[in-house]
Every structure is written in structure tokens, then in C-alpha cells.
Design a protein around this ligand. Sequence first.
Ligand SMILES: [Fe+2]
Ligand SMILES: [Fe+2]
Length: 227
Amino acid sequence: MEIRWSDSLILGVPTIDAQHRELVARVGTVVSAVDARPGDVGALLDFLGEYALSHFATEERLMGLHAYPESAASAHREAHQQFVRAFSGLRYDVDVEGMTRGIVDRIQKWMVGWLMEHILGMDHALAMWIRSAQVKGPPHAGTWLLPRADAIEVLAVAPRGSLARAGLKPGDFIVRVGGVTVAQLGVKVALGLLRDPVDGQVEVEFHPGADSAHLERRTVTRRRAAR
Ligand SMILES: [Fe+2]
Ligand SMILES: [Fe+2]
């Protein structure tokens, strides 16, 4: 797997974007060294690992500064730690085993794949939060919905907003909007329907408190229609 910076990786938070650009460059250097200068891979991994650690620390500091909801923050920190553990194992194995096929695969597939998936997933969610906090003031004042794989996680609800009035709470996982699964609708459409329901109201189904054994159904009504 090749890795090169592309504009599709821009998340809109300059500090994070600048660091990702550098991170992608360092990963790219390791990947090209695998064939061209295998003897340098260990040192280049050290150079990359050092930067990854300071980048993770920056993101984790931003989470605190912007009051990122703890459920999302702890999952994100755990993902960073998992990477650090796996990366340390890889670094050790490079010294012990040298550039075996397995090591090359871990560098080219696992490491590159992890970084791409992480930037476009968890980092993207964090960046959206930071950007929305900048636009709308303190995040806990408003409703915040986090796109997940096949659901939308409710991270915060505005006290008198439409979701709060429908009885949804932080921690709920919305899986259907208007009778259609979030997976089928796509997160963008589902969020649009929640914000601006067709005919002023829409039915949502959700797992309360992420409890997948229970499903509840409520009607979300737009404020104007409720009056
Ligand atoms: Fe991250
Ligand atoms: Fe990141």
C-alpha cells in the first residue's frame, strides 16, 4: 500500500492537518525505504514513532481544551495506545528478525492502513467537534451527534432541542430514521433528516445507552411544529 498526502485527508483543523501531513510524509519514507534502503528502516521507524507520540499528545490535549465528550475521547486515546503498543512490537521485531515478509506486510499494510483509517475515522470526528465548537460556542450547550459505522451516537443534547424533547439522551445510538436504517440512509442523510425532518417530524429508533438488546422508538418534532 502506497501512502501519500492528499487533500481528502484535510480535516479543517490547521494544527492537526499540519501534523498529519508530516506524519504521512514520515510513514511514506519508511514505506519506500523497505525496498530501497532496508538497513535504514529501524532508524526511520524511530523517527516516525517519536513524531506519532507527540502528535497523539497534541490531539489528546485538544480533546481536553474543547471538552470532547469522554466516551469519544477515551475510545480515541485507547486507539492511540493500541497503535503505540503494536508499533513498539513492530520496531522490536525489525531489530530481531530483520526485513522478513511478515515485517514488510506489517509496515505496508497494517501501519499504512491504520493511519488512513484513523485519520478518516476518529480524527475526522474529533476535527468536526473542534470546528463546530469554534462556530457554535461551548459544545455542551448544543446537540452533538457523532457518526458511527451503522448508527449515530448522541453525545450531547441541547436542553430544549428537538432530541431532548423526544426523550433522547447522551449515549443513545440512533439506528433508524424515518423507518430506514442509518446504514441504508447514509449518515449525512440521516443527520439531515434529524435536523430538518420532512413534514416537521420524523420517527427515530435507538438503542438507549448503546444497549443493543433494547430498541426504543420516538418521534422527533421540529420546534416550530411543536408550538
Ligand atoms: Fe488520533
Ligand atoms: Fe491524528
